[in-house]
Write a protein that binds this ligand. Structure first.
Ligand SMILES: NC(=O)N[C@@H](CC(=O)O)C(=O)O
Ligand SMILES: [Zn+2]
Ligand SMILES: [Zn+2]
Length: 451
């Protein structure tokens, strides 16, 4: 990496860290340089002052589950466009899923993704390594080489596919213990979901689409928490979506099993009723479930059973989405709406505080990905001397989502036309603004005044 360019300094005046008491905060030299009671820090001329009396400061958000599509599907998203969308959503780090072409199953491919992400400069990119060669579920990929590579991979997943073979899953769990890695499982029993198009239930029966039973997710989670207990290793459950899955995680944690779980923003707010219009924007894996499941995942997130919110940002081209339901790809975008959905479902409803939001969208995902220490720490507390990875949110703002105006290269947001609360006003990556006044700031313009 090149030497740090001389950076603009920012004075955030009257800002509320984690929604608590207001302070003045000075960002300089890539870190939080000073913290003082509101109204006591004054600019000395060469500081950009941000009047933040209406804003909340959170640690830069960390996504444990992003699909950036590069290499291979740059027509849907690139590392550049995907991380720009991340910055707009308030993220300063993303974990890039392994289901690219070629698959991220070697040190060479993960290093390439890591390097392109670093050069793009919008957010730290931490490649996820594949568990199996080619995501084929038969041979273990070179996990150790990916861990030892420049990308220092700690999260491994065949996401998009389930690591179904219990022997392979066991070996993977055993292998990653050596470097404190974690296996992130896409829990989907393949035989129980053959040809499945949506959640199995009343709606699937009424509209005649093949259903996907909750037990297909729960059976794998049950097996894997027991395997994790047996092996004494870390398991992470991707995009948990059913009430039964929440119960299983609650049980496993009470038993002392080292398991963490994520829920996506869309599973916190959308239900399978949306499939009635046969609009493939609502086709996703795992499928949107029932209102009772939505209530259960909200409760699980509020009580800490579910550790984090992860976007599962899954961009797809128009050709792959603008077709008949059964032919369409699974997946929806999410980086630019995640924080708003969490605000609406969890904060505005009184179930969580902004400090809780910082935990589920920054601190905890950074801890699971083991990126709180090392060369580019993330998910750190907002304290003097810590890296200035910060997002400023205006919680009183209301916006209508317009997919065509988003920073992602794909238009498959399920929230188009919907009004959502909250707006990311600014994002700082180690003291450099990647978003200002809600607008992305091209990192290529980093020398001199970014505006
Ligand atoms: N979530 C999805 O519906 N799709 C993801 C794969 C995945 O997360 O399982 C994708 O890569 O498109
Ligand atoms: Zn998945
Ligand atoms: Zn995914």
């Amino acid at each position: 990496m090149s030497a740090a360019p001389s950076q603009v300094r920012y004075l955030l005046r009257n800002v509320a860290p984690l929604g608590a008491d207001r302070v003045d905060m000075l960002l300089a030299g890539g870190v939080i340089e000073a913290f003082a009671p509101a109204g006591t820090l004054w600019s000395d001329g060469d500081v950009v002052v941000i009047e933040a009396a209406a804003l909340i400061a959170l640690p830069g958000l960390v996504d444990l589950h992003t699909h950036l599509r590069e290499p291979g599907r740059e027509d849907a998203e690139t590392i550049y466009s995907g991380t720009r969308a991340a910055a707009v959503g308030g993220f300063t780090a993303v974990h890039a899923m392994a289901n690219t072409t070629p698959v991220q199953d070697t040190a060479g491919v993960v290093e390439q993704v890591w390097r392109i992400g670093t050069e793009a400069g919008w957010a730290d990119v931490h490649p996820v390594g594949a568990v199996s060669v080619g995501l084929e579920g038969t041979h273990l990929a070179e996990l150790g080489a990916m861990a030892d590579s420049a990308a220092q991979v700690r999260v491994f997943s065949d996401d998009g596919k389930c690591v179904w073979d219990p022997i392979l899953m066991r070996r993977a769990l055993e292998y990653v213990k050596a470097f404190d890695g974690v296996i992130a499982q896409h829990a989907q029993e393949p035989r129980l979901t053959e040809g499945a198009q949506m959640n199995e239930g009343v709606v699937s029966a009424e509209i005649g689409l093949a259903g996907w039973p909750a037990v297909a997710e729960e059976a794998i989670i049950a097996r894997d928490v027991l395997l994790a207990e047996h092996v004494g290793s870390r398991l992470h459950v991707c995009h948990l979506s059913t009430a039964g899955s929440v119960d299983l995680i609650r049980w496993a944690k009470a038993r002392g099993i080292s398991v963490t779980a994520e829920v996506t923003p869309h599973h916190l707010i959308l239900t399978d009723e949306l499939a009635r219009g046969y609009d493939p924007l609502f086709k996703v894996n795992p499928p949107l479930r029932t209102a009772a499941d939505v209530e259960a995942v909200r409760e699980g997130l509020a009580d800490g059973t579910i550790d984090i919110v992860a976007t599962d940002h899954a961009p797809h081209t128009r050709e792959d989405k603008d077709c008949e339901w059964s032919a369409a790809a699974f997946g929806m975008t999410g980086l630019e709406t995640a924080l708003s959905v969490v605000q609406q479902t969890m904060v505005d409803s009184g179930r969580m505080t902004w400090a809780d939001v910082a935990r589920v969208l920054s601190t905890a995902p950074a801890q699971i990905g083991r990126i709180t220490d090392g060369p580019r720490p993330q998910g750190r507390p907002l304290e003097v001397g810590e890296p200035a990875n910060i997002v400023l949110v205006d919680p009183a703002a209301v916006r209508v989502v317009v997919p065509a105006e988003q920073a992602t290269a794909s238009g498959n947001s399920p929230f188009g036309g919907r009004e959502l609360p909250g707006q990311v006003v600014a994002t700082f990556l180690r003291g450099r603004a990647t978003v200002l006044d809600g607008v992305p700031v091209d990192p290529a313009a980093r020398h001199g005044d970014a505006r």
